[in-house]
Design a protein around this ligand. Structure first.
Ligand SMILES: O=C[C@H](O)COP(=O)(O)O
Length: 262
């Protein structure tokens, strides 16, 4: 079976200016000793305006923390006012970019086709897309959650070769658990993450599926991360609110690494 290093990615959403970003990264670096980074990969995903400051700090202090962005344009350059491209993010040293987050799908009308073009744009420029999938509450209540997530998965990966799929991270984020405090149970998370992996295996083979990291996201905190990452198919978390508190985020990362607490 493939060994998958857990990934904890902090999605700051539209929070913190560049000065606050520097303060938060310093807090995380101070609270989380380097030894933890051997067991868990840790990334922060600040707003675009903060990335240069985070890059300067990470490079200058040789931090093991990775960073990335929350979105990118499907285009490389041109007349796309307000957009930020893959080449720009790559130049800033971004390792990750979230694509298809439910807030982008819902508030910006992003459909599966656009999400797929963004996934391909990220890969083209050497940035790992974190492809987000997840169902609304009514879909879950009708029992359609697995089918819904599998359909977003396959549409988001359309046109990719199997070896490219290996370089994608998937995040299962049930919409009803985002920012609500209502976390999916570890069994709920495992059910969908396992189904996503099985669908990947069907389409791209066991070896690829076994290597792809599948994260859970939705009200993850230090109090629930331990049980979530114990699940066979949950390889870490995409963390919103709890990633804005340096000590809490460091604690959560340490627990994902198997402890002890710093
Ligand atoms: O990208 C992160 C998710 O939307 C989860 O956010 P949350 O941890 O605040 O629920």
């Amino acid at each position: 079976m493939a060994t998958r290093q857990p990934l904890i990615a902090g999605n700051w959403k539209m929070n913190l200016n560049h000065l606050e970003a520097i303060a938060l990264v310093q807090k995380i670096a101070f609270a989380l000793p380097e030894k933890y980074f051997a067991k868990v990969e840790v990334a922060v995903l600040p707003p675009f305006t903060d990335i240069r400051s985070v890059q300067t700090l990470v490079d200058g202090d040789k931090l093991l923390l990775r960073y990335g962005a929350q979105d990118l344009s499907p285009h490389d350059s041109g007349a796309h006012t307000g957009d930020v491209s893959g080449p720009m993010l790559a130049k800033l040293g971004c390792t990750y970019v979230t694509v298809g987050h439910s807030e982008r799908r819902e508030h910006h009308g992003e459909d599966d086709d656009l999400v797929n073009r963004k996934v391909r744009a990220a890969l083209k420029h050497g940035i790992t897309p974190i492809l987000c999938v997840g169902e609304q509450l009514e879909v879950r209540e009708q029992g359609g959650h697995v089918e819904h997530c599998n359909s977003q998965l396959i549409a988001g990966l359309k046109g990719l070769k199997a070896e490219q799929v290996r370089d994608v991270v998937i995040a299962y984020e049930p919409v009803w658990a985002i920012g609500t405090g209502r976390v999916a149970t570890p069994a709920d998370a495992q059910e969908v993450c396992a189904a996503l992996r099985a669908r990947l295996a069907e389409k791209y083979g066991d070896e690829i599926a076994g290597g792809v990291r599948i994260l859970y996201g939705g009200s993850v905190k230090s109090g629930n991360i331990g049980d979530l990452v114990k699940q066979d198919d949950v390889d870490g978390a995409l963390v919103g609110g709890a990633s804005l508190d340096g000590e809490e985020f460091a604690k959560l990362c340490a627990l994902a690494a198997g402890g002890p607490l710093p």
